[in-house]
Write a protein that binds this ligand. Structure first.
Ligand code: FE2
Ligand code: FE2
Length: 483
């Protein structure tokens, strides 16, 4: 098309006459995009033909190498893997989304997160909203849900809170030392406010989140085995990094990179967005090389079969997978994913070698990063920590779709040893009060959407944790391996 030729010329490219002829005969956005990305300033007919071939390319199964003398220690151990059912909604969802469902859902959340707060030490007695007036001038602790937060004209903070018994107004002065922490308060979250009651306000002196207990030892496994954490493969997308993923598979077969570490890997935990899906966002079609959802999962099945049979694979869904979009998400159905893997919902709690792994895709991270000051896509581990401290995987109601199940499984009831999320396509980790928090990045190259948003992903890298020593390794599958 003429417009395509002009677009290339405007970008400073010089086109050979036969290249122009070819370009006029095709009408494919992907071809122009590939030519724009090509660093060579002069475009020949061959370059156009190569771009056309690339555009029409259907991904072929990747070549996975296997080492003959590979003797992994993980082969000698039987798996110790257990899904803790209560955190997984799969097959149990009975919700119809009525007002009553929402009321019950939030009551359940308030009860369970509130209980954690009641167990935290405070100098003040816990008082409910209806008894605040009786405690005029006294120090009290109120456990409440934030209905509304508002900055006053003078720069102080005013919260409207509720606790199921009634509502109250909390005033946080900008001069109080808890003001900085209070700035991180978002709507709908459950907190404890310590302060003095001066009708009609509770004047806050301290804000407490449920958090993890301060003294908590990090847990270690008995056997020297390892877990590889990956997510966001986006199979079917033209940005899926087949070569890097093939390197990952070859590595687990002892034929790429560090075979000693690979030999310890007994578990591969996949945190969602296995495929790119269909119709997940507008005009997704142009980004897909596999436009059939069944074929996308078929490719996953074909890839994963290359893993050694002694490796256990745990698969949880994400917002691009073909299950309901709202959290909590159930398992990916058998008619789509046929591979011999352990499928779990998102979130789910899985015990691996005695270590509790809380797996959640992380769809709520978008709303958390947007809604809580100081968080960014560059440091997903900090956004994950914000969730851990709030003991809830989707504390801000509204932007992240939720299904109001009777029991709110997004509550982080048990303290996890590992919190694994994906979704933001960026690796990041930290250790916090005995919990390893990690985001497993992606196997998808940077997309145009991410470019527009200024997001810089970290594709092709995976965390691998040795469960006995607790060492967290990062393996870069984009690097040339030694195999
Ligand atoms: Fe993703
Ligand atoms: Fe995602």
């Amino acid at each position: 098309m003429l417009a395509d030729v002009k677009k290339l010329e405007d970008a400073g490219k010089r086109l050979a006459p036969d290249a122009v002829e070819l370009l006029l005969s095709v009408d494919k956005e992907g071809v122009v995009r590939a030519l724009l990305e090509n660093p060579v300033p002069i475009i020949s007919a061959d370059a156009v033909l190569a771009a056309i071939a690339e555009e029409g390319k259907i991904p072929q199964p990747v070549e996975v190498k296997r080492a003959s003398g590979f003797a992994p220690i993980s082969k000698e151990h039987s798996p110790r893997l257990r899904v803790i059912e209560r955190q997984d909604i799969s097959g149990k969802s009975r919700c119809t989304g009525t007002i009553e469902d929402f009321v019950e859902h939030f009551q359940d959340r308030f009860k369970r997160v509130g209980k954690m707060l009641k167990n935290r030490i405070s100098a003040n007695p816990v008082v409910e909203t209806e008894r605040l007036k009786e405690n005029q001038g006294k120090g009290v602790r109120l456990i409440c849900m934030v209905a509304e937060r508002r900055d006053t004209k003078k720069g102080d903070l005013l919260l409207t809170v509720e606790d199921g018994k009634g509502t109250a107004k909390v005033f946080v002065s900008k001069r109080e030392k808890c003001f900085l922490a209070a700035k991180g308060i978002a709507d709908d979250e459950i907190i404890a406010v310590d302060g003095k009651y001066a009708d009609p306000f509770l004047i806050a002196s301290e804000i407490t989140w449920p958090d993890l207990p301060v003294v908590r030892e990090r847990k270690h496994a008995e056997e020297d085995l390892a877990v590889a954490y990956i997510s966001d493969l986006h199979i079917g997308s033209r940005h899926f990094l087949e070569k890097e993923f093939a390197n990952f598979l070859s590595w687990l077969n002892g034929k790429w990179g560090d075979a000693t570490l690979a030999g310890k890997v007994k578990y591969v935990e996949i945190g969602g967005d296995i495929v790119d899906g269909i119709g997940v966002y507008p005009s997704q079609e142009k980004d897909l090389v596999i436009k059939d959802i069944y074929k996308q999962y078929e490719m996953f099945d074909e890839l994963i079969v290359n893993l050694p049979d002694y490796v256990e694979v745990i698969v949880s869904p994400g917002n691009h997978d073909a299950v309901r979009r709202a959290d909590p998400q159930p398992i990916i159905p058998m008619e789509l994913m046929k591979a011999d893997v352990k499928k779990v919902g998102s979130p789910s709690l899985v015990e691996i070698e005695g270590l509790k792994h809380l797996i959640y895709h992380g769809t709520s991270l978008d709303s958390v990063i947007a809604g809580i000051p100081g968080l960014s896509y560059n440091r997903p581990e900090e956004a994950m920590l914000a969730l851990l401290k709030r003991r809830h995987l989707s504390p801000l109601y509204g932007d992240n779709l939720i299904v109001p199940e009777k029991q709110d499984v997004m509550v982080i009831e048990e303290e996890p040893d590992v919190l694994h999320m994906g979704h933001v396509h960026k690796n990041g980790h930290l250790n916090y009060r005995g919990t390893v928090v990690l985001n497993s990045g992606t196997f998808q190259a940077r997309t145009e959407y991410q470019e527009r948003m200024g997001h810089i992903p970290t594709p092709g890298k995976a965390y691998v944790m040795e469960l006995k020593s607790g060492n967290l390794n990062m393996v870069d599958f984009g690097e040339p391996g030694q195999g």
